[in-house]
Design a protein around this ligand. Structure first.
Ligand SMILES: [Zn+2]
Length: 318
């Protein structure tokens, strides 16, 4: 299967729109692909690159030499830029400018900038002219999960394309063997489904779940809570899992579907008597801490407070 577009699940509307521009040769000089990580933006960008390079048609044929080279990652018609040590530096801009200055041997050329929000000001400035007026048949695709961090100079010169998270059916089509809880807790992101399925992660998930039910239980032992919290990334995962479990518990209380962690349904039943308002407070407390963590605020203490408050407010009778 050499047509990259055949590997994409979902995003039909975006692909239709982009294909129309490819067919009529009316592409914008630069695109900004925006959406969560792990949903297929890069594949769509590569489909664009393949179509622009294709020797026989406006939309990739998948058969010609150019199409095959793009698929194998060996094409002179595609330059991919990725951050190095978490930043896209001026050297990358120089590489792009050099790439665009070469005589094009293919029909059309593409520069894909992954994690474009990691471009620093200097790099963006060096690229402005090329982005505004790239050489003929050359196009930029900036890919980002954090549009708010894209420098305005780049944002204003690019046509934005928004990508939605994948639906459960689309995730299933990509990973038919993945258990439902993994699909439902992935927020529509394939990278998270894959993470959840590796062994270490599923171990971690059971730890997170056990901790959660310890908090929910009046006699649960939470003395070692500090030890549960690892680095920032793990803490974020822990908080997100707790948020999902709290949401599931609220759903169970109201007999709503679908549950994310449906394999825990029996456990949830044991905690049906928990106070709704208290659970809501816990949920929003977790959201607040997650938000603060984005700004690198250490919220360990707030988490301890939140858990203590939740348990103090406990109104149930067991
Ligand atoms: Zn082709």
């Amino acid at each position: 299967m050499a047509k990259i577009v055949d590997r994409i699940k979902g995003h039909e509307k975006n692909i239709k729109h982009l294909n129309a521009s490819l067919s009529s040769e009316s592409l914008a000089p630069a695109y900004l692909f925006v959406g969560l990580p792990g949903i297929g933006k890069q594949l769509v960008a590569k489909h664009m690159a393949q179509s622009l390079a294709c020797e026989t048609a406006n939309i990739a044929c998948g058969q010609c030499g150019s199409c095959i080279r793009i698929e194998k990652g060996q094409s002179e018609a595609l330059l991919e830029i990725k951050p190095q040590s978490s930043m896209i530096k001026i050297e990358s801009a120089q590489k792009i400018i050099q790439f665009l200055s070469l005589r094009s041997l293919s029909r059309g050329r593409t520069v894909i900038v992954h994690d474009a929000h990691k471009m620093n000001q200097q790099t963006a400035n060096a690229l402005l002219k090329s982005v505004e007026e790239p050489p003929e048949h050359s196009h930029f695709i900036f890919v980002t999960s954090q549009v708010g961090m894209i420098l305005p100079t780049i944002r204003s010169r690019s046509q934005q394309v928004h990508f939605s998270p994948l639906s459960i059916d689309e995730l299933k089509a990509i990973a038919p063997k993945a258990p439902e809880w993994a699909l439902y807790s992935s927020q529509g992101r394939m990278d998270i489904v894959q993470q959840l399925l590796n062994e270490g992660e599923s171990h971690q998930r059971s730890d997170f779940i056990n901790m959660f039910f310890s908090i929910m239980h009046p006699q649960g032992n939470i003395n070692s809570m500090k030890d549960w919290l690892g680095d920032k990334e793990n803490t974020q995962k822990l908080l997100e899992t707790w948020q999902q479990l709290t949401r599931d518990l609220l759903f169970v209380k109201k007999n709503l579907q679908p549950l994310i962690h449906r394999d825990q349904v029996e456990q949830f039943q044991n905690y049906r008597s928990l106070d709704e308002q208290n659970l809501n407070g816990f949920f929003w407390g977790l959201s607040r801490i997650l938000k603060d963590m984005e700004f690198n605020v250490d919220r360990l203490l707030s988490l301890e407070d939140l858990v203590a408050d939740f348990r103090n407010n406990d109104l149930r009778e067991i």
